[in-house]
Design a binder for this molecule. Structure first.
Ligand SMILES: *Cc1c(COP(=O)(O)O)cnc(C)c1O
Length: 255
């Protein structure tokens, strides 16, 4: 059965390899960039629970999902709850307002990386009051920027990043801003020079920090996936989201 062959992928090897590559990229990174140890988010979308548990048992803690239903289902899974008590879920997909409650009610939710409008920020800010453990418990979020300008990608335009960042900082007291996130264009050829989408996100950070008087070390950049996470780290990524290189290729979508 195809689900069995998926479970045969050597997650331990995939994870170790990626962690080594991250270390290598950190060593090559410019000393002018914030010297933050990048956080690896293992993107487990479409992958079965046993593979997540394998990665967890190999030491991985941060996992990413981009469908609310799938994240909620996995977060509530009894095996995950039993064996992965310290799991940290990142939501990295498009968040529809009718799914906010389901997402925020998921145990172990660590961050919502895809806040891309004032409306969405306000809605998450408001709903989180129902789920937080106490008044000081803020939901971590990132502002998603559409650096590639593709219509199919979500996110604010780079020129609007400062305004949304400022809105969340000033008005969304239940939210804790971690930084900026982008997906960017797929398949960029690195031999052409630095990926312009990653450069653009780094520039957004510069503008956010200058305009809002923030310390650059406190504004994260979530960028880079299986094909380009090392390059992203060299350009300042502090969070990379890697799926395929850890869990193997995903079967074609059939939902
Ligand atoms: C699927 C996905 C990833 C991981 O992609 P891989 O190429 O499998 O590493 C990263 N970020 C987002 C937003 C995704 O949807």
């Amino acid at each position: 059965m195809s689900s069995d062959s998926q479970e045969d992928f050597d997650v331990m090897f995939g994870l170790k390899t990626v962690l080594c590559q991250i270390e290598g990229a950190v060593a090559r990174r410019s000393k002018d960039l914030p010297q933050i140890a990048p956080r690896l988010v293992a993107v487990s979308k479409i992958k079965p629970v046993p593979l997540i548990i394998q990665a967890y048992e190999a030491g991985q803690r941060h996992f990413g999902e981009n469908y609310v239903n799938e994240l909620a289902e996995k977060a509530h899974n009894t095996d995950i709850q039993e064996k992965c008590k310290d799991i940290k879920w990142h939501f990295i997909g498009n968040l529809q307002s009718n799914k906010i409650n389901k997402l925020l009610g998921s145990p172990g939710l660590f961050a919502v990386e895809t806040i891309d409008s004032v409306k969405l920020a306000d809605a998450v800010n408001k709903q989180w009051a129902k789920y937080r453990k106490d008044e000081g418990d803020r939901m971590k979020v990132m502002v998603q920027v559409n650096t590639s300008g593709e219509e199919a990608k979500n996110g604010v335009e780079p020129k609007d990043a400062v305004a949304l960042y400022e809105h969340v900082l000033k008005n969304c007291t239940n939210l804790e801003l971690l930084g900026l996130m982008t997906i960017g264009q797929y398949g960029y050829d690195v031999s052409q020079g630095p990926n312009p989408d990653f450069v653009s996100l780094a520039k957004c950070r510069q503008e956010v920090c200058e305009n809002l008087k923030l310390d650059i070390n406190k504004v994260e950049l979530s960028m880079g996936m299986s094909t380009d996470f090392e390059h992203a780290i060299e350009l300042g990524a502090t969070t990379v989201r890697v799926g395929t290189n850890i869990f193997g290729v995903r079967p074609p979508k059939s939902k």
